[in-house]
Design a protein around this ligand. Structure first.
Ligand code: PLP
Length: 445
């Protein structure tokens, strides 16, 4: 029997990768707004220890849904006629419906210990909001979720589950915050964006005990998610196999990082070589078409600047069903690894991805989230390439969540009304032109 890891895996020392330091935002915050991250999380962000023990209170929660299954996708293999061994790690079996609860629980635990009684969050598709709502319920904290209007309207059940968990859900842009009011003034019909929802949640922390809970791009989020990859390594060993290729979808970066980092770390320490592929949407192609530069993480630009692969903080992805992949930037660690060539990236179109999602549902008996379907499609592409070369590879991919709230997306795929939403070069050039001054420019002024 595979056990739950007792410690998270910090692959940074093994990989010898250096992250550029964050820079203070050049925009000054209206008084009262600060980004307060509990000291324990700041220490995890910077630690050089190769492993970080999981607190007993967090482990106790993990036991409710971990270890998660690693499944050999035999039926998908035969449908594809591939000679590869395909394995998927399934994270959809908890109340949030995705991997996000792995870090939400840990973050809620540390915020609670730091004295927080209320957490505010911004959510796009609703998965992060649901995860933090669930985690707050576990530790007796209150939760206020700013949810992007377009998904608030498209996914009413997401709101219901968050309210069921005791959270208050506010549609973003809202009139509760200055940044929301400004957006409503400029664009009364605004359907919102993740960076705006984040900015609203960050602003709405004036009451004592209220703190803003960031999301899935911070290095500590990636650390918490390594339970996924650590379990997968042990499960593969139990099955007598090892991974040649590891594939995960990329939103902020914690899903891909959580699966891939333990494998990359082991390879760097002399273990078996592994190729890791991050899969993004052609509607939000930050690794494949973005720049490696300092950028804002939210629309107000009050949080520190991070050096990352970004499409620019003003990038507005075209409408797409994988809401969890719409963030304009990429975790610093994933960005640095991509920049040095340690990982690969691919971007796929929505219709291709849903084709693979439907095949997966029919063959494997699990409805994948649209985000997860990107990794599934990536796995079918890697398998096809290996077959053409006449080699058999072990391919491990992350099915990061279930798609039971995404029936409108599946409906449009089946009806043939789904569009591909590929962004133009002009749109990317326009938002990249909005990048803040870079350090070289700042110091030479
Ligand atoms: C959020 C989400 C992703 C992307 O995860 P990140 O950790 O933000 O990279 C992938 N799959 C599902 C189901 C998600 O909810």
């Amino acid at each position: 029997m595979v056990s739950i890891p007792q410690a998270w895996c910090n692959a940074i020392p093994a990989l010898g990768v250096t992250l550029a330091p964050d820079l203070p935002s050049p925009r000054s915050a209206p008084s009262g707004i600060t980004l307060q991250i509990p000291p324990s999380l700041v220490r995890q962000e910077l630690t050089r220890e190769p492993s970080v023990p999981i607190p007993p209170a967090v482990l106790e929660r993990y036991r409710q849904w971990r270890p998660t299954p690693l499944v050999r996708a035999h039926q998908l293999e035969s449908a594809l006629g591939t000679g590869c061994r395909l394995y998927y790690k399934y994270e959809g079996g908890n109340i949030s419906g995705s991997h996000k609860l792995n870090t939400a629980v840990a973050q809620a635990y540390y915020y609670h210990r730091a004295g927080a009684t209320y957490l505010t969050v911004g959510t796009g598709a609703g998965q992060w909001g649901t995860a933090v709502a669930a985690a707050c319920a576990m530790f007796g904290m209150k939760c206020r979720v700013y949810m992007v209007r377009s998904s608030y309207e498209a996914k009413p059940h997401r709101r219901t589950i968050m309210e069921m968990l005791g959270a208050t859900v506010i549609v973003s842009p809202s009139s509760r915050t200055a940044v929301g009011r400004a957006e409503l003034h400029d664009r009364p019909d605004s359907t919102g964006s993740l960076s705006l929802a984040l900015a609203e949640a960050l602003e709405d922390t004036a009451e004592p005990g209220t703190l803003f809970c960031t999301g899935s791009g911070e290095t500590y989020s990636l650390l918490h998610q390594t339970v996924i990859g650590l379990e997968a390594q042990e499960q593969l060993a139990e099955l007598g196999d090892r991974a040649d290729v590891v594939i995960g979808s990329l939103g902020g970066g914690s899903n891909f990082g959580g699966l891939a980092l333990p494998f990359l770390g082991a390879a760097a320490l002399g273990g078996p070589a592994v190729r890791c592929v991050s899969v993004e949407s052609m509607a939000c192609p930050k690794l494949t078409r973005g720049h490696f530069a300092y950028d804002f993480t939210d629309a107000s630009g009050l949080a520190p600047l991070q050096k990352m692969y970004t499409l620019g903080h003003s990038f507005a992805p075209p409408s797409m069903h994988a809401g969890g992949l719409r963030y304009h930037g990429t975790a610093k660690l994933i960005s640095a690894l991509y920049d040095e060539g340690s990982i690969d990236a691919a971007a796929y179109s929505q219709r291709d991805v849903f084709g693979s999602a439907v095949l997966f549902a029919r063959t494997e008996g699990t409805t994948p989230a649209p985000e997860s379907a990107h990794a599934i499609h990536g796995a079918t592409m890697v398998a096809a390439a290996a077959d053409r070369q006449g080699v058999s590879r072990a391919v491990v991919f992350g099915v990061s969540g279930h798609g039971m709230f995404d029936m409108a997306a599946y409906r449009s795929y089946l009806d043939g009304t789904m569009v591909d939403s590929i962004v133009s070069d002009e749109a990317i050039a326009r938002s990249l032109a909005d990048l803040p001054p870079q350090p070289a420019e700042i110091t030479s002024r």
